[in-house]
Design a protein around this ligand. Structure first.
Ligand code: CTP
Ligand code: CA
Length: 226
C-alpha cells in the first residue's frame, strides 16, 4: 500500500485531525502548556488532503503555515478543543487525535494578572482534571459503523507495554506510539513510531519524515473504513 496506488483513496471521506498543544490559562497573561509544535498533525492534514479527503484541522496554538484546502478551527484550551473536535466529528469517517492535550487545568482563573507580594509565599495553583476528548469520541462513535478513531501516545520507556495498556484503556482503533525523550520527536521534522491496533497487530514505522508516518497512518485508517 501507499505511493501512487493509494492516491485519492480518501476521496469522499471527511477526516478530522487535531494538532498542537492545548493551553490552560492561569490569568490573562499566563498559561500551563506543553512543547507540541503541531508538525505531526499538520503533516497528517497535508497527506490526507493529497489523498483526496475533506479535512477539518482543529489546531491549538500552532504557528505553522495553514495546509491549503483544510478547514481550520483554531482553539486554545482543552475545553475549546473538545467542543470543536466533537462538532467536527459528527459526520467524520475518521478522527486522529495528534494534539497534545493538557490533562489538567487550574481550578480557578484569575481575571486580573496575579501580582507578587513582597515577602509573601506564592499562592499554590490547584489543578482539576480536563475532559478526555479521545475517550468521549470513542463513546460517541460506538454505534457509528466504520468510523476510525486514532490516538497518539508519547512514551519515554516500556513503549510497547505502555502503548498496549493505553490502547486498551482508551478503546480507540489505532494508537500511534512515539518514543520521546531528549532530542526525540518534539519540534523535529522526523519521527519513528509503532502503530498498535485493537486487533493486536503492531506496525513498526522506522525513523523518517512526519509525512511518511502520516501516510502509514492513513493506509491503516483506509483499510479499516467501511
Ligand atoms: N487525549 C485527549 N484528551 C485528554 C488527554 C489525552 O483526547 N484529556 C488524547 C491525546 O490527544 C492522545 C491520546 O489521548 O491522542 C493519548 O494521550 P496521552 O497523554 O498519551 O494519554 P493519557 O490518557 O492522558 O495518559 P497519560 O498522560 O497519563 O500517559
Ligand atoms: Ca496525558
Amino acid at each position: 500500500r501507499g505511493g501512487a496506488a493509494a492516491a485519492r483513496d480518501l476521496a469522499g471521506r471527511h477526516v478530522v485531525v487535531s494538532a498542537g498543544g492545548t493551553r490552560e490559562p492561569i490569568d490573562p497573561v499566563r498559561f500551563i502548556g506543553n512543547r507540541s509544535s503541531g508538525m505531526q498533525g499538520y503533516a497528517l492534514a497535508r497527506t490526507a488532503l493529497a489523498r483526496g479527503a475533506r479535512v477539518t484541522l482543529v489546531a491549538a496554538n500552532v504557528t505553522l503555515p495553514d495546509p491549503a484546502g483544510a478547514e481550520i478551527v483554531r482553539t486554545g484550551s482543552t475545553r475549546e478543543m473538545r467542543d470543536a473536535v466533537l462538532k467536527a466529528a459528527a459526520d467524520a469517517d475518521a478522527v486522529v487525535m495528534a494534539a497534545a492535550v493538557a490533562d489538567f487545568r487550574p481550578a480557578d482563573y484569575e481575571d486580573v494578572k496575579i501580582k507578587k507580594t513582597p515577602g509573601a509565599e506564592p499562592a499554590p495553583i490547584h489543578l482539576v482534571e480536563n475532559p478526555d476528548i479521545l475517550a468521549e469520541l470513542v463513546r460517541e462513535s460506538r454505534d457509528v459503523a466504520g468510523r476510525v478513531i486514532v490516538g497518539f501516545a508519547a512514551e519515554t520507556h516500556d513503549v510497547l507495554e505502555n502503548g498496549r495498556r493505553k490502547l486498551a484503556r482508551k478503546g480507540c482503533d489505532l494508537l500511534v506510539v512515539n518514543q520521546v525523550g531528549e532530542h526525540l520527536a518534539f519540534g523535529r521534522p522526523d519521527n519513528a513510531a509503532v502503530i498498535l491496533s485493537a486487533d493486536g497487530a503492531a506496525v513498526d514505522v522506522p525513523r523518517g519524515s512526519k509525512e511518511a508516518l502520516s501516510d502509514v497512518v492513513w493506509d491503516l485508517v483506509a483499510a479499516r473504513m467501511t
